[in-house]
Write a protein that binds this ligand. Structure first.
Ligand SMILES: Nc1ncnc2c1ncn2[C@@H]1O[C@H](COP(=O)(O)OP(=O)(O)O)[C@@H](O)[C@H]1O
Ligand SMILES: [Mg+2]
Length: 304
């Protein structure tokens, strides 16, 4: 039997009427027990995608399943499985962190409220601020409060939108450690970030999203290997030839450009043969460092 994925998105497109197209034909599968990251610059479409998984926003087309449940037709089955830390604040400033967590725990029908609230506060290192009104907390502490809300009741899947943005390095690291321990307990995490380093530290697998489209997918070491001088074939059109995948990785840059990264020089004649046989003649072969290509590909992310 094929095991059910924690999250599966099939051809998700989201258009905010009349524009923009914020997500374009996104397909991903998140396995149970992994940390999957969406890496992209501001405006790439990360939050839009998250809000569709969490049943907040309807896809324009395509389907998303959470543990096999359709987010559109079975949202009531999806919600108890997920804990969400949104990017925008949804906190009540006049409550203290502890009150907010208690309120949330009751809403989520968590069984042992007091214990779960304390556990969440402790995990996010918030005990000493738990009786301070949220409106008086710094933005970093508010962000930690959002994470504490997401983990209350220890849901099977955490969905975190830029969980560490604005945090100091020590808090960031302690959140990373917590997330890794959450994974160790067999849970799944889907997160977004625009920080390459964070993605590398945390994620088992990543998808890079750019202008609403996934332009690369893989584990961090595969993606990093792009920067370690391999052979790059730049094809000046969008190419859809699955046969090329056996020679390396295909990155689609824009509508009019495809980059094929191959590691074996011996494959060059075969690849050229396939391209030419498919009437694709406008390409160049370049075996200098891929760093430049990668920076070009993700340039906006590095600058975000
Ligand atoms: N509610 C909305 N209405 C219209 N456009 C939106 C809305 N939310 C986001 N967008 C646009 O959709 C694109 C993707 O945004 P978003 O998903 O927030 O990206 P990210 O989270 O990666 O920064 C951007 O161009 C943004 O301006
Ligand atoms: Mg966002």
């Amino acid at each position: 039997m094929v095991s059910v994925k924690a999250i599966e998105a099939r051809n998700i497109t989201k258009i905010y009427k009349p524009s923009p197209v914020a997500n374009k034909d996104i397909c991903i599968s998140v396995e149970k027990g992994e940390i999957f990251g969406f890496l992209g610059s501001n405006g790439a479409g990360k939050t839009t995608f998250i809000r569709q998984i969490t049943t907040e926003l309807l896809p324009t087309s395509g389907e998303i399943f959470v543990e096999g449940f359709n987010v559109v037709s079975e949202p009531e089955k999806v919600r108890p499985l997920i804990g969400v830390a949104p990017q925008e604040y949804g906190l009540y400033g006049h409550l203290t962190g502890r009150e907010m967590l208690r309120f949330f725990a009751i809403l989520k029908k968590v069984k042992i409220v007091k214990e779960m609230v304390n556990k969440s506060l402790q995990a996010c290192d918030l005990q000493q601020y738990s009786n301070t009104r949220i409106e008086r907390l710094s933005s970093g502490l508010r962000r930690r409060t959002l994470l504490a809300l997401a983990i209350i009741g220890e849901p099977e899947i955490l969905i975190l939108d830029e969980p560490t943005v604005g945090l100091d390095p020590v808090s960031k690291r302690s959140i990373w450690e917590y997330l890794l321990s959450y994974k160790q307990a067999g849970k799944t995490i889907f997160l977004t970030t625009h920080d390459m380093y964070e993605a590398d530290q945390l994620c088992d697998r990543l998808a890079i999203i750019h202008h609403g489209e996934i332009i690369a997918k893989g584990n961090p070491s595969t993606l990093k290997s792009f920067v370690r001088g391999k052979i790059k074939i730049v094809i000046n059109q969008r190419v859809n030839l699955p046969v090329l995948e056996k020679f390396g990785e295909i990155l689609r840059l824009k509508e009019d450009k495809t980059i094929l990264i191959i590691s074996q020089r011996d494959s060059i004649p075969n690849v050229v043969h396939i391209l030419v046989n498919n009437d694709i003649i406008d390409f160049s072969i370049n075996d200098t460092s891929l760093e430049e290509a990668f920076i070009h590909l993700t340039g906006e992310m590095f600058n975000a």
